[in-house]
Design a protein around this ligand. Sequence first.
Ligand code: SF4
Ligand code: SF4
Length: 352
Amino acid sequence: MKVIKIDKKDWAGGLGKLSDAYRLFGPVKDKDVSDFKELAAGELPDFDFLNTNLSAKSAVFPQNEVMFEYSLDESQEDHHIMKEPEKDYSPRAVIGIRPCDAAAFLLVKRNFDTPEYKDPYWIRAYEASTFVGLACNDPGKTCFCTTAGCGPFHEDGLDVLIADAGDHFLAKAITEKGEALLQAAGWGAEADGGQIETMKKAAEAKISSTVSTDSLKDKVTTELYDASFWEDTAFACLNCGTCTYVCPTCWCFDIQDENYGKAGIRMRNWDSCMYPLFTIHGSGHNPRGTKTQRVRQRFMHKLKYYVDKYGAGIQCVGCGRCVRLCPVNIDIREVCEFMNSYDPAATTCKAA
Ligand code: SF4
Ligand code: SF4
């Protein structure tokens, strides 16, 4: 696919044209924090960021989403009938998503779009989206994407990859959707793709943080489950849920009915395996009632169950958000090392 040069003076004009055909989403700064929002008319994505605090997953999987509406008014013929509300699945472009966040959609797709189960909300929003990635020229100290199946110029999951080359952007169309977007913006000056390759190598060389995952699939699940390091790993955890909310590959949600008088909605809201209420049964029994059990679940899911179930690497793209934002410095890179190098013969202690 071809590479286009976009003069920065043509950037706003191109986005203006795009807004005729797409709903535009991009990183927006609020004080020191960047997050993905739908851009207002004429608003530009703010590219002055390492990465957004919350990942871009909310562009496809909103934190709160109405699934159905219903009426409890028995004087109405359609009372107690669940109805899907009108939703806007017109084309949308997610501008400035980092390659790790785009790759995360492919991991999450394994859960939301399977031969057996299809999540209609997620699939419609995903298919309506064109992902325009912003390559990372200067990855952060906590980024370990290159050993998590991803990279600062990684293309999987993107429709266009944009690299900031100073006074201009280089834009590489990766899919037909991406070509159509570049055309709609009116950016068409072809450029030499070699510069992107040079920038890619330079960015990858800046990543010093790594994880080892090569032995995870060979570990015995029950032995890892009983490993002695879980108590120590979980000791400081506050069960605040930050790590799961900021993660682009966490997909858990909860469903609730909310009634207002005789009107009601069925919502789904992000939930977290770090919360005790997430797994509590109607009987009151909680299979993950302790903090250690919940912390273990998070890491076992990402680094063992997912690895074994899909044979497609770990359920993590190395964005580093959970490392940066955990208030007590629990670090997935360290836990991954414990798991990858675990030798049950070298320990006698068992987790609760
Ligand atoms: S962010 Fe840290 S303290 Fe909060 S739930 Fe996750 S591991 Fe625990
Ligand atoms: S587990 Fe942590 S580093 Fe991995 S994708 Fe999620 S937030 Fe990023």
